[in-house]
Design a protein around this ligand. Structure first.
Ligand code: PLP
Length: 401
């Protein structure tokens, strides 16, 4: 039954706030660029030709709509009535990230900007950005922590093959948060001809709203796929949460429905250690990369290093809308450890013939560990945000079969 008390239309407010979260905490030089972006986005959103163009690329280039696959053997293992997988793993470049990069590259063209910059952690967003820049012949610079450049050599090569320039960032912890800082620095300098394609629902307004809307195609398709099959909408939606884009894209269109929502963060080596990335379980309110949200920080407000076996979840912040949904209890946030994610990866591979990326494997791992909380007549839908090809080499070193 739809939950009428929740008015999703009002979010975020004009200044980009989701309750106390979100907003725009940036240097003065970026305010004009953010306004320009927001204006361009709002015009594009109500322009049927933009919608059709994006729809065309999502269909012909990225491979949408993605299937909704019933996972019968895994459902049986979990003891639930039905489990459906939203197959973002089947998209071009291997994950949901292409939904957002295609949307933003079309905006780049609308704003007549000649250059794109992006940050990347594992390299997945960098690859998705380099891909759409190649498609449109736009110059692309990707910032990546020097440590990540080492760890993700294959993705670095992919980006270069696609014609992008990859700049290793040697400051700080040499990982994703430092890459974001460097991209922001570049943007401040080159804002007139450069668009910054942020890879998740993070950063200053309008990014969390805009990226959410580009990713909402996931949930919208799922709703119509359930309808078309004359099935009841799911009792639970489950998705992994890094910055939070695949999960909010899955959840957002369902906010007025009865479906319960579970976001699964990375618990790394455990929530009682400091080696995790469970921002919503363990974070405190603060400002990171231009918006207010829950953040992993120490008593002095210093940003802590996140840890996860999965580079895509390894971020000390989270999208402001998730912090808000948690605060009003519309969504629940839990965490799965590295070990549980590996169990999840193994289970989906063995029961369904689908090797998931380590990120959504956290969501599967959570379900396995907590299967007693579900009833035998529950229907679950899980966002399978990406495929596991990128992870098999890493996993082969820790999972001895
Ligand atoms: C990047 C990535 C994520 C995490 O990002 P979100 O913004 O939280 O979706 C999750 N799954 C896959 C496959 C990814 O590549």
């Amino acid at each position: 039954m739809p939950n009428r008390s929740f008015k999703k239309k009002s979010l975020p407010d004009k200044k980009g706030h989701f309750g106390i979260y979100g907003g725009k905490y940036v240097p003065e030089t970026l305010m004009a660029a953010l306004d320009e972006l927001e204006q361009c986005y709002r015009q594009a959103k109500s322009d049927p030709s933009f919608k059709n163009e994006l729809k065309g690329y999502l269909h012909d280039f990225a491979g949408r709509p993605t299937p909704l696959t019933e996972a019968k053997r895994l459902a049986k293992l979990l003891g639930v009535k039905k489990l459906f997988l939203k197959r973002e793993d089947l998209l071009h470049t291997g994950s949901h990230k292409i939904n957002n990069t295609l949307g933003q590259v079309l905006l780049t063209r609308r704003m007549n900007k000649k250059r794109v910059i992006a940050e990347t952690g594992a390299g997945q967003h960098g690859v998705a950005t380099a891909t759409v820049c190649a498609l449109f012949g736009i110059q692309c610079d990707v910032y990546m922590g020097a440590e990540d450049v080492e760890r993700q050599a294959l993705n670095v090569f992919r980006m270069k093959l696609l014609g992008a320039r990859v700049t290793p960032v040697k400051s700080g912890s040499q990982t994703l948060k430092d890459a974001v800082n460097e991209a922001i620095r570049d943007w401040v300098t080159n804002v007139r001809d450069t668009h910054y394609i942020i890879g998740s629902v993070i950063g200053p307004h309008p990014y969390p709203m805009m990226v959410r809307n580009f990713q909402s195609v996931i949930g919208q398709e799922t709703i119509s796929q359930f309808k078309k099959a004359k099935r009841q909408q799911p009792d639970y939606l489950v998705a992994c949460v890094g910055g939070g884009s695949n999960s909010i894209g899955f959840f957002h269109p369902y906010l007025n429905f009865h479906s319960k929502m579970i976001g699964v963060e990375a618990a790394g080596l455990g929530l009682n250690t400091t080696k995790h990335a469970a921002t919503l379980s363990k974070g405190k309110v603060g400002v990171l990369h231009g918006s207010k949200s829950e953040i992993l920080q120490d008593a002095h407000g210093q940003i802590l290093l996140a840890h996860s076996i999965s580079a895509g979840l390894d971020y000390p912040g989270v999208g402001p809308e998730h912090a808000y949904l948690k605060s009003i209890k519309r969504a629940e946030y839990v965490a799965a450890t590295d070990k549980e994610a590996l169990e999840g990866m193994k289970a989906l591979s063995e029961t369904e013939g689908i090797i998931p990326a380590l990120e959504p494997a956290h969501a599967i791992g959570y379900l396995l560990k907590n299967k007693r909380r579900f009833k035998s007549n529950d229907t679950l839908a899980l966002c399978l945000s990406g495929r596991g090809d990128k992870d098999v080499q890493q996993v082969s070193k820790v999972l001895h079969l």
